[in-house]
Write a protein that binds this ligand. Sequence first.
Ligand SMILES: Cc1cc2nc3c(=O)[nH]c(=O)nc-3n(C[C@H](O)[C@H](O)[C@H](O)COP(=O)(O)OP(=O)(O)OC[C@H]3O[C@@H](n4cnc5c(N)ncnc54)[C@H](O)[C@@H]3O)c2cc1C
Length: 263
Amino acid sequence: MYTFTFERPAAQADAVKLAQAGGKLLAGGQTLLASMKLRLAAPEQLVDLGAVKELAGIRKDAGSVTIGAMTRHADVAASKDVQAAIPALAQLAGGIGDKQVRAMGTIGGSLANNDPAADYPAGALALGATIVTTGREIAADDYFQGLFATALEEGELITAVRFPVPKRAAYIKFRQPASLFALIGVFVAQTDAGVRVAVTGGGNGVFRHAGLEAALGKSFTPEAAAGVATDPTELNGDLHGSAAYRAHLVGVMAQRAVAKALA
Ligand SMILES: Cc1cc2nc3c(=O)[nH]c(=O)nc-3n(C[C@H](O)[C@H](O)[C@H](O)COP(=O)(O)OP(=O)(O)OC[C@H]3O[C@@H](n4cnc5c(N)ncnc54)[C@H](O)[C@@H]3O)c2cc1C
């Protein structure tokens, strides 16, 4: 490590001021602290959001669930409101990393980081969530912008994420056993606006799968998903799996997700 200053504001307004002055936001630290240890990040000031009470918590309204940015993965997984309204989201949170990661990691940190194999981006995109920040509301379709890239601006803080309650939804991931991230994860959602399918782990960032959405829009069945091929030239390959293998996994995970959503 190296020298940096540490602030722990109790009010959101103070956190915003510090972030706008160049402070680096610290949520669960599960990504940021490792980056600092590896010297991939070297902020001069950390702004710990842990004491900003208004940023944590889960609220259920008619037709939506709103999750505060500092809500830990374990709390989303255990939430009776999330389990009742969007069980697929509670299950997604319960499948992130290991127990320690779930005890510390937050939904705001995960979405701000936008790792190309992370789970929450798939849930947010497939469910058509809204990312609420200190300055505006951003539709998930506009928020995710590729490898670790988002629509967030310097000093902009995610305060909450609002998820519309779908008719049906499910998420299945094929876990990369060393990292616990998704080698491929597919989130399917039947919503008022039609079927939405988001894939994580396959490319430079989470993306919607037009072919699966069209097929499942006509027939929301595993058989319909089985008939859709994924172009491997649009996916990444690495030592954990070739692009062709990942393309095959997209189809398999999609079939399983649809079967789970229907169960
Ligand atoms: C061993 C291990 C396994 C993991 N497995 C998985 C997995 O299976 N699936 C998965 O999805 N993830 C996984 N993760 C990542 C984990 O979910 C992290 O919690 C997440 O990526 C970052 O969240 P955090 O709260 O720890 O954020 P931090 O590490 O504190 O911050 C990450 C980034 O987000 C910014 N930030 C944080 N909060 C906000 C905010 N409210 N507004 C704006 N910017 C903000 C920070 O400045 C920083 O740039 C794993 C991590 C580890 C260490």
